[in-house]
Design a binder for this molecule. Structure first.
Ligand code: LLP
Length: 447
């Protein structure tokens, strides 16, 4: 059996799940992808459990030298009960941004004290619910939220433990829409507002307890120096605020953001190197600003789940534009993976069927949705693709299912978990009735 990846680099440095093999046809987690496609239909999200658990191990090893580490998974990358259950088993907490996310992780058995509630416009209902579920930390984003949180905590006679989200003013080289730490951002307080926030909490908001600071500088980050810069600013700010207000804040949440390898062009640093830089920077900056090394929260999303996921599609119509491109159309597209049309994200794919031809041709993978922008991959070399072949698009674990829609009133795909030649459905394919479940026809239209 030919092994594609052999001894592999760090998981986030691989395009394919670590168990990917080709023995004529393509296999992941010991399962034949063509068989899975036939049995469970396409489009189909497939998550390789070994890859996911290996990433978790890489994170745990990378931070084993730092005892005050809290690893939380940013569930916005992919959130459902089975995936959350695996993360619970692996000892991860969660970064959540909605009632839906913290409810899901609660249902998966998460210890809610290891759950952070983030977001720049938490609703009153969500804040009340988060207090009831006992989420461990609120990352407070703005003055409006502080006021609501304190009022609701008073009503419940609870103390809310908070981290103050602020924008450290770090510019990193990533797509504009997924950059969050620059100064003019919708997220968090500006650095110059921090005194006001702390004074308000100390003087007025008696049911809010400040534990520390939170920042997130962006996503799909390849430069570890950005983290060193972020940590330096966070520790400096923590030490200044502690000194000025006689506080004992000892927690820093440095956010997520580590990148993954979607195509051969991407060269993300390893999780091991990320860990080294974080630990070293925390040590150096703590010494520099004279504080004890704080408790560090990290909240990776993409680098945990992206590589473990692939999407299977069936190739349908093919079209050679005279003197133009060759389009290969699949039975999914922008509704199950909006990233290419939103961010010009690039992906790599292979035919899962046995490949007889050594000759390849350059094709464009188009989606089935009624929009010209619904193109999944441009300029992909494929060996004589045919209608009916199964196409496996790699690295779709993060921000595909979680950002999927029912555009064109198409049912969302099922999700399978594969491991040791076993495959289990963890999300059912939507049915036609699911599509109309929430619809109502008012009585007056029935007359
Ligand atoms: N923490 C905070 C506060 C965040 O805002 C995010 C992501 C994360 C952690 C996780 O970041 P990650 O490790 O996954 O990079 N939909 C976009 C990505 C948006 C990321 C938003 N925040 C995409 O598909 O690329």
């Amino acid at each position: 059996m030919g092994i594609n990846q052999g001894e592999h680099a760090g998981v986030n440095q691989c395009i394919k799940p670590v168990t990917t093999k080709r023995d004529g046809e393509l296999y992941i987690g010991g399962c034949n992808l063509k068989y899975l496609a036939e049995r469970f239909k396409t489009p189909l999200y497939v998550i390789d459990e070994s890859t996911l658990r290996e990433v978790c191990r890489e994170y745990k090893n990378a931070f084993s030298g730092y005892k005050n580490i809290k690893m939380t998974y940013a569930s916005k990358a992919l959130c459902n009960t089975a995936i959350s259950k695996i993360l619970v088993d692996e000892g991860f907490g969660f970064d959540t941004v909605s009632e839906g996310e913290f409810y899901t992780v609660y249902k998966s058995g998460a210890d809610m004290s290891n759950v952070t509630f983030n977001g720049n416009n938490k609703s009153v209902n969500e804040i009340v619910s988060a207090l009831e579920f006992g989420v461990g930390r609120f990352s407070v984003d703005n003055f409006y939220e502080l006021d609501i949180l304190n009022k609701e905590a008073v009503k419940k006679n609870k103390i809310a433990d908070v981290l103050i989200r602020f924008t450290p003013g770090i510019e990193c080289h990533t797509h504009d829409y997924i950059k969050t730490g620059q100064t003019d951002s919708k997220f968090g307080f500006d650095k110059i507002q921090l005194d006001e926030v702390v004074e308000l909490i100390l003087n007025q908001y008696k049911n809010i307890n400040i534990k520390g600071l939170h920042a997130h500088i962006g996503s799909q980050i390849f430069e570890l120096q950005s983290y060193a810069d972020e940590i330096d600013i966070l520790i400096k700010t923590l030490s200044e605020l502690n000194n000025k207000y006689n506080l004992v804040m000892d927690e820093l949440n440095i956010g997520g953001g580590l990148g993954v390898k979607y195509t051969e062009k991407d060269h993300p640093p390893s999780i091991a190197d990320f860990g080294k830089v974080v630990i070293e920077s925390v040590k150096v900056s703590s010494q520099k600003y004279g504080i004890n090394p704080p408790i560090i929260y990290i909240e990776p999303g993409r680098s945990i789940i992206s590589t473990a996921g692939v999407t299977l599609y069936t190739i349908g119509s093919m079209k050679q534009v005279p003197n133009g491109r060759k389009y290969i159309t699949v039975d999914g597209g922008m509704a199950d993976n909006p990233r290419p049309s939103m961010y010009h994200a690039e992906y790599y794919a292979e035919i899962a069927d046995d490949i007889n031809s050594k000759e390849t041709e350059c094709v464009t993978i188009a989606g089935r949705y009624c929009e010209s922008g619904d193109i999944l991959i441009e300029n992909l070399e494929l060996p004589s693709p045919k209608s009916g072949d199964i196409l496996c698009v790699y690295n779709t674990g993060a921000y595909n299912y979680s950002m999927a829609s029912n555009y064109n009133r198409v049912q969302k795909p099922a999700m399978l978990l594969v491991n040791n030649s076993q495959s289990d459905i963890i999300v059912n394919r939507e049915t036609l009735d699911d599509l109309i479940r929430a619809d109502l026809i008012p009585d007056r239209l029935r007359r």
